[in-house]
Design a protein around this ligand. Sequence first.
Ligand SMILES: *[C@@H]1O[C@H](CO)[C@@H](O)[C@H](O)[C@H]1NC(C)=O
Ligand SMILES: *[C@@H]1O[C@H](CO)[C@@H](O)[C@H](O)[C@H]1NC(C)=O
Ligand SMILES: *[C@@H]1O[C@H](CO)[C@@H](O)[C@H](O)[C@H]1NC(C)=O
Ligand SMILES: *[C@@H]1O[C@H](CO)[C@@H](O)[C@H](O)[C@H]1NC(C)=O
Ligand SMILES: *[C@@H]1O[C@H](CO)[C@@H](O)[C@H](O)[C@H]1NC(C)=O
Ligand SMILES: [Zn+2]
Length: 494
Amino acid sequence: MKVSLFSLFALSVAAGPLPSPGAKPSDVRNVIMMVSDGFGPASETFARAYVQQSDRFPMNYMSFLDELLIGSSRTRSSDSFVTDSAAGAVVFASARKTYNNAIGVDDNVKPIGTNMEGAHRLGYKTGLVVKSFITDATPSAFAAHAAARQMMDLIAEQMGGLTDLGQNVDLMFGGGRCRFIGNSTKGSCRTDDKDVWGEMGKKGWTLMSTNDEFKALSTSPKLPLMGLFDLDNVPYAMDYKINDVPTLPQMAKKAIDVLAEASKDSEQGFFMMIEGSRIDHAGHDNDVGTHFREIVEYWETIKLVSDYIDEHPDTVMVSTSDHETGGLGLGRNNQYWVYPLVYANQTMSQQVSCQNFLKLPMEKRGQYVTEVMLPVHLGLGNVTAAKASAVLKATNQSNCLLAMSEALAVDANIMWTTLGHTGVDVNIYAKGKHTQELAGNHENTDIGMWLTKMLGVDLNEATERVKDVNVFQYPYTKANSTYVFIPSLDYYHK
Ligand SMILES: *[C@@H]1O[C@H](CO)[C@@H](O)[C@H](O)[C@H]1NC(C)=O
Ligand SMILES: *[C@@H]1O[C@H](CO)[C@@H](O)[C@H](O)[C@H]1NC(C)=O
Ligand SMILES: *[C@@H]1O[C@H](CO)[C@@H](O)[C@H](O)[C@H]1NC(C)=O
Ligand SMILES: *[C@@H]1O[C@H](CO)[C@@H](O)[C@H](O)[C@H]1NC(C)=O
Ligand SMILES: *[C@@H]1O[C@H](CO)[C@@H](O)[C@H](O)[C@H]1NC(C)=O
Ligand SMILES: [Zn+2]
């Protein structure tokens, strides 16, 4: 009999009730999902090699993350071998494959309940901690429902608890304040004039936007609480020195303390998602120096979560990526060596350096490239005429980033294959009880199903509750290419 591969595939993604994940283990109270967006195995290898060499650790050095490795995850979405972060997060949020760009909806653009909604209904305290804008694909997949990730005006209102969806998140830390302020206010990125921030305040949210407010926060603030520390993304770790913002480990630590305190007298604990969002962005930039510093910051965050689990063994954590970004290759041109320390003296993200460059008038650019961008920002000891002229020729952010990337990558003997995502399997790391269930190679949906089980959530019931919520900010059909998202660097760096 001739078997159609296509029909086998179609069967496997058909919508319908999900299987019951089994009984919630009685020894689990708190559940933490960690997402390293755009972080593939080669990126871990590079970051480990860099730290091993720069700190002169022995060759068998293990990063903190390496010690928690238990398996690998297949990342494809329902409609593409290469997923985007929306479909790549819905699998954790709702344990179901869907199409690229989908937020909390299935292949038929019908809303599906999320682990976070189900957990909140059961009485868990819930939180989202990210470095991107809070309405970006990964966080919104946990607490919003939209036919396309670009519908961020709607997503902001849903996450703020202002729509028919109700309020499902108790704490949000990240960036993206521009979606919460109306278009008549400077810095807004909304298409309408709705004051979402003000409306959330009226509904009782505690709101904050500065690092001083963050630092002054007690462990028992009034919930719900939202802190958005930038109009757009929270800056890269590489650029913290020129920005006064909380870091990812600081936000994660505070969020854990606040949610633990808020749930201490409750039958249920807390469920949170913590994302190293910008590992992905630096991959889109092909900026190795910034990429591995985001990874090291993610290691620090994992370490503090792990320490928390040592003290609270009723907490479990899984960490994985939605996909790899950039297709980092460790080796190029048939040469058998890689030199990570080429990136040692980089002092600024290539994103910010290129933005500064493109703002300059033409006559000032040459000097800026040879005296600032290459020697200071990239920390390049040997500024050659060829490298300088490649950067000087740049006319936009994309070709500036590519020239900057290449200036160091040649010396390090590494190479990126794309400015987008790839389809390679990513690693699964975990800590705590019941995590052995995630050992080995898995479909990414297994991770969402594991969260469902640890939380004791009934996703079919959660879906029933959201089945009538509005998922459209504007008309949209999947096949209608007008609204199909075409990633561009400008999208990540508005
Ligand atoms: C601002 O929002 C209003 C609706 O609230 C809309 O009519 C107007 O076109 C928007 N302006 C811009 C510049 O987007
Ligand atoms: C980085 O700077 C240090 C101190 O100036 C220098 O010793 C080292 O060679 C530099 N590394 C690179 C790759 O240029
Ligand atoms: C600088 O780069 C050029 C071209 O790659 C190379 O010929 C030269 O040896 C390098 N000089 C140093 C000091 O590394
Ligand atoms: C940047 O400029 C290059 C060369 O002119 C062009 O091919 C490319 O499409 C431009 N990219 C963007 C995003 O505008
Ligand atoms: C896509 O859908 C919108 C809204 O229904 C419509 O205005 C537009 O013409 C459609 N575009 C295409 C290419 O079909
Ligand atoms: Zn991405």
